[in-house]
Design a binder for this molecule. Structure first.
Ligand code: MG
Length: 457
């Protein structure tokens, strides 16, 4: 049996197949054992069916190991994270969510007392206790059953988000904003943020539906099709589509074009540089973000720090080393002045502030990004010798700049390519983005043939 529970962001699985209440209870006992007896642990959840059962199981496990569960109920992950880091009253948090995964999935994210997802070392400690069944159980005379509920987590969050921006100025603009809340917890905070900033929220998939029947919880061009056409047809200024736990936010411009997180970063970061001259002019992102952002940000004196893929890694670097922004191309936007984790509310408020300050349309703001072509594929990993492959590739693309933080990224003037072994499947992922369609396809073909050649040797 594999001794790994946590993926790139928490434990995930299909309910009652790979994650169930028994496992959730053992997991929460393991968490309490690692975090420490007597700890206060804040629990939140997204809308999916089964979340309440898991919440009961997690609370029971915490109690049985001597921790005190505080139940916040339905709340976005960033709201739970902010409450943990600001209130100072909790040693950790557990968010019951499968984030962007389909509705049959559920999961658990472990949040540390600084509001950031647990680092890998802590996850490993929890996994060891879990698999060796070394979790503590309190003696009979300490077996308390008191769970407490915490109200006001979402209100606290909305207040803090609204405080981040020049609300007066935004109010004068009266922005019309489409929100696609994925039938989940984003609907509890985002429309209120728009209202508090004097805007007009138009909400789709805004009903709390445990089956999440409105759309796939992952914000993609396809799942945001309806939101895009609503933005266009109702002549909204901007749209935002979130995932199941509302940490990721993907922006839709007024023409209905879905704009990825790395593009949003290119638009927001120069604005933040002016807003916060006290912050180091740096941004942090995973290696899979587009390399075309680098020259665009450089023009504004902003440097890019490339990191391994995974939002907790980006969040910790941003917190420890300081900068303007952290982001992922999938829509995770981290604004460290607020909190250094993915936060849909902060992304939305900043976007509204930017529109109010510049007097430009969203599409105009994004038009600084060139028209590009992206191709992605994966090939079986087999017994491929990765260092040999990288050597071959570096020889073939001798005029490129190489970045080796996670796989190999080769950056050329008009094209970049990323070759990276997957963390979850036995495959090599290949991504190519180019200013020309032909060049993108040609580069992909070339990389595949080099992989084939190295596999044969
Ligand atoms: Mg998420």
């Amino acid at each position: 049996m594999s001794r790994r529970l946590f993926g790139t962001d928490g434990v995930r699985g299909i309910l009652n197949e790979s994650i169930d209440p028994v496992m959730a209870m053992k997991l929460s006992m393991s968490v309490c054992t690692v975090i420490g007896e007597g700890s206060n642990i804040l629990l939140g959840r997204d809308v999916r069916l089964g979340g309440e059962i898991l919440e009961l199981a997690v609370a029971t496990g915490l109690l049985n190991s001597g921790c005190r569960p505080y139940i916040a109920g339905l709340t976005p992950t960033p709201a739970l994270q902010l409450y943990i880091s600001r209130s100072g009253g909790f040693e950790a948090g557990l968010m019951i969510t499968a984030s962007h995964n389909p509705p049959e999935y559920n999961g658990i994210k472990l949040i540390m007392n600084d509001g950031i997802e647990a680092p890998r070392e802590v996850e490993e400690e929890v996994e060891e206790v879990f698999f060796d069944e070394k979790y503590k159980k309190v003696s009979w005379n300490k077996a308390s059953t008191s769970t407490r509920s915490v109200s006001g987590v979402n209100e606290f969050y909305v207040n803090e988000v609204v405080r981040l921006v020049d609300a007066e100025k935004i109010r004068r603009k009266g922005l019309k904003v489409v929100i696609d809340a994925a039938n989940s917890v984003g609907s509890l905070t985002l429309p209120e943020i728009v209202r508090r900033l004097g805007g007009k929220p138009i909400v789709i998939n805004g009903n709390l539906d445990p089956f999440m029947s409105g759309r796939e919880p992952e914000p993609t061009v396809d799942s945001l099709k309806e939101a895009s056409s609503v933005v266009r047809e109702l002549r909204a200024d901007v749209g935002v589509g979130v995932d199941g736990d509302a940490d990721r936010a993907v922006v839709i411009d007024e023409k209905g074009t879905v704009q990825w997180g790395d593009r949003t970063a290119v638009v927001i970061a120069p604005f933040l540089r002016e807003k916060h001259p006290e912050l180091p002019p740096r941004v942090y992102t995973g290696i899979s973000s587009s390399s075309f952002i680098e020259p665009l940000l450089k023009k504004h004196g902003i440097s890019v720090v490339w990191l391994k893929v995974g939002s907790p890694i980006i969040a910790r670097a941003l917190k420890n080393e300081g900068g303007l922004l952290g982001f992922e191309e999938n829509g995770g936007i981290m604004y460290p002045v607020h909190q250094p984790v993915r936060d849909s509310g902060a992304a939305l408020a900043l976007m509204m502030e930017l529109l109010a300050m510049t007097n430009k349309n969203a599409s105009e703001l994004y038009s600084i990004y060139p028209r590009t072509f992206m191709v992605k594929t994966k090939v079986p990993r087999g017994n491929l010798d990765l260092s040999k492959l990288y050597m071959e590739l570096e020889q073939r693309f001798e005029h490129g700049q190489y970045i080796r933080v996670d796989g190999l990224k080769i950056v050329m003037d008009d094209t970049w390519v990323l070759i990276r072994p997957s963390g979850t499947e036995p495959v090599i992922r290949i991504m190519v983005e180019s200013l020309s369609k032909e060049k993108a396809e040609e580069t992909l073909k070339m990389v595949k043939s080099i992989i084939e050649k190295v596999s044969k040797n």
